[in-house]
Design a protein around this ligand. Structure first.
Ligand SMILES: Cc1cc2nc3c(=O)[nH]c(=O)nc-3n(C[C@H](O)[C@H](O)[C@H](O)COP(=O)(O)O)c2cc1C
Length: 173
């Protein structure tokens, strides 16, 4: 799939077929995550790939009962091995880096014909318990992955002339 078609066809998929994701497909997707940039090339992102139904059920509970988290055949738990460094911009490098890598995952999965959904509504502690991660490991995102059983919806987005400001910030828009 051409790059801009991939970008346009990614959507939040919340219904999945009961069809496993092939290991080779998953490895190609994770390779896309591995190639993602990171601040100072520190490469703190880690990806726990959950297929086990009991663990997915525990992740669903941690994600405030969002049922499709247990229904998706794969849930990627995106975390960091980190010293929690704050960049001079004021933002934590690990959170930015893991997020970039996970967008690579989302786009690569789309190119493979898979559906994905970002999950930000979850509690840290039960996710750590479910995957056996120590307290020092922040869980940055969950992402469901699988063959879609729903259809993309029309995207609701602001027009480009709101987002795009040539040269100067304009607050009067
Ligand atoms: C950081 C982040 C966290 C999100 N968390 C959730 C979530 O917990 N549950 C959910 O159903 N969707 C979640 N979403 C999906 C958004 O609602 C969705 O991306 C947005 O409505 C735009 O729709 P689209 O992804 O179909 O283009 C999240 C998206 C992002 C980027």
């Amino acid at each position: 799939m051409e790059f801009y078609d991939v970008v346009a066809s990614r959507y939040s998929c919340r219904r999945y077929l009961d069809r496993p994701v092939e290991e080779a497909t998953l490895l190609r997707i994770l390779e896309a995550a591995r190639l993602a940039p990171s601040a100072n090339n520190r490469q703190e992102s880690r990806f726990v790939v959950v297929r086990d139904p009991e663990t997915r059920e525990a992740l669903k509970e941690a994600a405030h009962g969002q049922s499709f988290v247990a229904e998706a055949p794969v849930v990627v738990v995106a975390c960091a091995e980190t010293d929690e460094r704050v960049m001079s911009s004021g933002f934590r490098a690990d959170v930015v880096d893991v997020t970039i890598a996970m967008e690579h995952v989302a786009l690569a999965a789309t190119a493979e014909g898979l559906g994905t959904c970002w999950i930000g509504a979850f509690d840290q502690e039960p996710v750590r318990r479910a995957i056996g991660a120590p307290d020092s490991v922040p869980i940055v995102h969950l992402m469901t992955l699988g063959y879609p059983a729903d259809e993309p919806r029309l995207k609701s987005r602001l027009p480009l002339d709101i987002l795009y400001m040539p040269e100067r910030y304009r607050a009067d828009r």
